[in-house]
Design a protein around this ligand. Structure first.
Ligand code: PLP
Length: 391
């Protein structure tokens, strides 16, 4: 008996209600559902729950890192949902992300972590952005911009406490603090630093960085401090400051890799079946005939590939109502073949959706299969999805 088929993926975790599925509130975007090969669903209710958990864990204000289009998820809907939850501090990587976010959130504090590229100071000031000041050159340029505009400009001072990536080294910070008027014209809103090893709770660099940060921050009394990223929030008192900067964990990536994931899953991906078929024992499947059927099999080809950001190395599985359908052969640019033998004949038809990022195969699981981290999987998800936002 053919069953009624869901028009949207079975979201098997954190169960959005049937009503959510039938009538999603909020936004849809990307490619039209009928035309798309795959569907990316963002559960904004789970995002909001993750925000509340992180804020409670942080024991302070919790800012949101929404760089790289909110880790590939979609900065607009994410920022609006977090704003509704009371988030007031937003961090982007690039200036252009900051100006885009300003159009969405007129009242929020928006920090630009990479600072302002030389020559773009006026654009940053006009959007009322708060650049991380990462070098003496950036400080000088920001002061000059303020002078030209005739007002104090907001800024955040980034300390390099041991990551050796961005920010002023300790000696420079101390010199700056000792020099009268070194920051004149700048309205210092935040001092911040970034942890290199926060996802390894026992790594000695965490305490070293936290101690150095506190010592340097003491030179700027009254200025709010910011140290912890997602994993740093789970280091407890060591990294507790005035404003946490949560990114990955908001989007469901496990901030405590050695332990269970306390976050709810935010991103779900399902791919459409393109065609189904059968093969005999000995049949080669996919490029290079990397896979040879050792028995007669039922196959389904799904509309997802490495051009969608699914790593070519990630030999995972698709899931149909919880039944695991392993990938067979190599991942192609636009398609993947799965072993549909575990399903009854006729259970899958063209147009049906099978899940590939779901409770059974999380973003972190896909990352593990590909030898990378969930951050890279999320930010790599491509532009061909039909995108839905629930909640
Ligand atoms: C990306 C970033 C964050 C967020 O880190 P997560 O591990 O995603 O929480 C925080 N601070 C800085 C400086 C960053 O670059």
């Amino acid at each position: 008996m053919p069953q009624a088929r869901p028009a949207t993926p079975d979201l098997d975790t954190d169960a959005p209600t049937a009503a959510d599925r039938a009538a999603p509130t909020g936004f849809t975007g990307g490619v039209d559902l009928a035309a798309a090969g795959a569907v990316l669903t963002v559960d904004l209710g789970a995002l909001a729950a993750n925000y509340r958990l992180l804020r409670d864990m942080a024991g302070s204000e919790c800012g949101a890192v929404v760089k790289a289009d909110a880790y590939g998820i979609g900065m607009g809907p994410v920022a609006k949902a977090l704003d509704t939850e009371g988030c007031r501090h937003f961090f982007v990587g690039h200036l252009a992300e900051g100006t885009a976010l300003r159009a969405i959130l007129p009242g929020a504090a928006i920090y630009v972590l990479n600072g302002v590229p030389p020559g773009a100071e006026r654009a940053a000031a006009e959007a009322d952005l708060i650049p991380a000041l990462n070098s003496v050159e950036q400080i000088a340029a920001w002061r000059a911009a303020g002078k030209a505009l005739g007002r104090r400009l907001p800024g955040a001072l980034q300390f390099d406490t041991g990551m050796s990536r961005l920010g002023l080294p300790p000696g420079r910070i101390e010199a700056l603090a000792a020099e009268q008027g070194a920051l004149d014209g700048i309205d210092l809103r935040l001092v911040l630093s970034h942890l290199a090893c926060a996802d390894e709770p026992r790594h000695p660099a965490n305490a070293t960085q936290a101690t150095l940060f506190a010592r340097l921050a003491a030179h700027f009394p009254g200025v709010p401090r910011s140290l912890a990223n997602s994993s740093g929030i789970f280091l407890g008192d060591l990294c507790r400051t005035d404003v946490a900067r949560a990114g990955a964990a908001l989007y469901g990536i496990n901030p405590t890799p050695g332990a269970g994931n306390p976050m709810r899953q935010v991103v779900h991906v399902a791919a459409k079946v393109i065609q189904t078929g059968e093969c005999t024992a000995g049949t080669g499947i996919g490029y290079g005939h990397d896979f040879l059927a050792d028995r007669p099999m039922r196959l389904a080809t799904i509309s997802l590939g490495y051009a969608d950001g699914w790593p070519r190395r990630a030999r995972g599985a698709a899931f149909h109502r919880g039944v695991r359908l392993p990938f067979v052969g190599r991942v192609s640019m636009d398609s993947i073949v799965v072993d549909a033998t575990p399903l009854p004949v006729g259970a899958l038809r063209p147009g049906d959706l099978v899940e590939v990022i779901c409770k059974n195969q999380t973003v972190d699981d896909v990352a593990r299969l590909a030898g990378t981290i969930g951050y890279e999987i999320l930010t790599g998800l491509g532009q061909r999805f039909h995108r839905r936002w629930l909640g």
